[in-house]
Ligand binder design. Structure first.
Ligand SMILES: C[S@@+](CC[C@H](N)C(=O)[O-])C[C@H]1O[C@@H](n2cnc3c(N)ncnc32)[C@H](O)[C@@H]1O
Length: 284
């Protein structure tokens, strides 16, 4: 059946298609419609009677059906806001989460230096590295990922944002990083156990295991990073690790075992312990 023209107001009536799929059906519709129209949300409320051509209606319906099958909004619009940045996203890595802004904020408050060397392990879209770079133009940041498509995506984001103080590299954690010392190493590594039922829910179903899953109850990569980082941190350098809300104790213990000090955990906005930081060879 040929698709007919529809008004913005008519298309916004279709929220029930997302019943049981999304907690925010109306917002999802608005975001998808803005994406198709390439307009801000205010446009929808200013011009509700505006008629969309059949081609646009078709494009919108297609996105709506994909959303009804659970695909994340960020994959449909191919963008996600993180910190103050709009980042390109795709299915090769994690969609940046607002939770990770805690790590960015903590790093910025922790390191009171205008020039510093930073390493971001498992950069994905480049979210953490690019957010730090945007705030501290004189920090030199190396960001790595083991997935070549993720490195390509992060590089695309870097170029579009014109953040010249970030250098991207494909590396399996530290393997391709030349011997050098960093003031700060930040990471949001994969930390979910393969048997975790959350992997079958919501957006994560559409994200790759390479970004999510790790062995040893989700702690295997964190353990590799904690031990490997010791060769790459200056004396007095800091390691910041985002982890699952039930992993704080294990991460804390591993950091102590490996000889770090000033180990502390920060809570996210929901009150969950999600970020642990530690210093290597700090004086006090
Ligand atoms: C949880 S995602 C975090 C992405 C991004 N830093 C963020 O916070 O949105 C973990 C990232 O680590 C990468 N990764 C997984 N194993 C890795 C390894 N051995 N070496 C480097 N990167 C790895 C994945 O490809 C993925 O991009």
């Amino acid at each position: 059946m040929p698709v007919e023209k529809s008004s913005i107001a008519e298309l916004l009536q279709l929220a029930s298609v997302l019943d049981g799929v999304s907690d925010t059906p109306r917002l999802d519709l608005e975001v998808l419609l803005c994406h198709v129209l390439d307009k801000p949300r205010s446009y929808l409320f200013t011009w509700p009677e505006k008629m969309l051509e059949p081609k646009m209606v078709e494009q919108f319906n297609d996105l709506l059906q994909r959303r009804a099958h659970g695909e994340p909004i960020a994959h449909l619009t191919e963008t996600k806001e993180f910190w103050s940045l709009s980042l390109a996203v795709n299915a090769t890595t994690l969609i940046p989460r607002p939770d990770t802004e805690l790590l960015v904020e903590t790093a910025l408050n922790l390191l009171d230096k205008s020039t510093a060397h930073i390493l971001d392990l498992g950069t994905g879209t480049g979210a953490i590295a690019l957010a730090l770079a945007s705030e501290r133009p004189n920090w030199k940041i190396i960001a790595v990922d083991s997935v070549s498509e993720a490195v390509f995506l992060a590089e695309k984001n870097r170029q579009r944002l014109d953040l010249r103080n970030v250098h991207l590299l494909q590396s399996h954690w530290f393997t391709e990083i030349s011997r050098q010392k960093f003031d700060l190493i930040v990471t949001n590594p994969p930390y979910i156990d393969a048997g975790d039922p959350h992997l079958n829910e919501g957006d994560v179903r559409f994200e790759p295991d390479s970004a999510l899953v790790s062995g040893n109850n989700g702690l295997a990569d964190i353990e590799l990073i904690i031990s490997g980082a010791k060769d790459y941190l200056i004396d007095g350098g800091w390691l910041l690790i985002e982890h699952g809300y039930l992993q704080a104790e294990a991460v804390h213990a591993q950091l102590m075992n490996e000889g770090y000090s000033q180990v502390s955990t920060r809570r996210d906005i929901a009150g969950h312990p999600r970020l642990t930081l530690a210093c290597l060879k700090c004086l006090v």
